[in-house]
Design a protein around this ligand. Structure first.
Ligand SMILES: Nc1ncnc2c1ncn2[C@@H]1O[C@H](COP(=O)(O)OP(=O)(O)OP(=O)(O)O)[C@@H](O)[C@H]1O
Ligand SMILES: [Mg+2]
Length: 137
């Protein structure tokens, strides 16, 4: 049997790219045996990170990598852009903080629904968010 590639990359610029990335992630999670609720959480995390790229950075990419370990399998989602970056990461991760007149729940909400969450940013150099969701089984 042929295995699908372990790393998928979706360029993000338009709303349609957000939808494509979300669908790729959901499909990959399903293929890997993630529960239905966990598939939905993977899709939601991808949507939030990709939407932030469209809104705040104009363009970037979402990379999905499969992580195989003896006892579990995971999906690592990396969202990268070279936009303006985030000056105050602590504020950006707080519930309700938004510079875009939105709910300000994307990053803190994403952090709560994944197993590992890492964000780095330098003003002027963009943002890299890396999250991992492990499948429970
Ligand atoms: N890729 C990014 N580049 C630059 N700034 C970002 C990026 N992602 C998030 N931010 C900043 O962090 C803030 C918080 O992001 P978060 O996704 O939590 O909330 P939001 O996008 O404002 O609202 P919501 O996601 O609830 O619609 C944003 O308002 C923005 O200032
Ligand atoms: Mg957001």
């Amino acid at each position: 049997m042929q295995h699908p590639p372990d790393v998928l990359v979706q360029a993000i610029r338009y709303d349609t790219d957000v939808i494509s990335a979300r669908q790729l992630g959901r499909k990959r999670a399903e293929e890997l045996g993630f529960s239905r609720p966990d598939q939905a959480l993977v899709a939601t995390a991808i949507s939030e990170l990709a939407r932030n790229i469209v809104v705040y950075a104009d363009q970037g990419e979402i990379e999905l990598a499969t992580i195989h370990q003896p006892d579990r399998v995971g999906i690592k989602i990396t969202a990268k852009d070279r936009g303006p970056g985030i000056a105050d990461l602590e504020s950006a991760l707080a519930d309700g903080f938004s510079t875009g007149n939105s709910l300000g729940l994307g990053l803190p909400g994403t952090r709560r629904i994944v197993d590992e969450f890492d964000i780095t940013s330098s003003p002027g150099l963009g943002v890299i968010v890396t999250v991992v969701k492990w499948s429970r089984r």
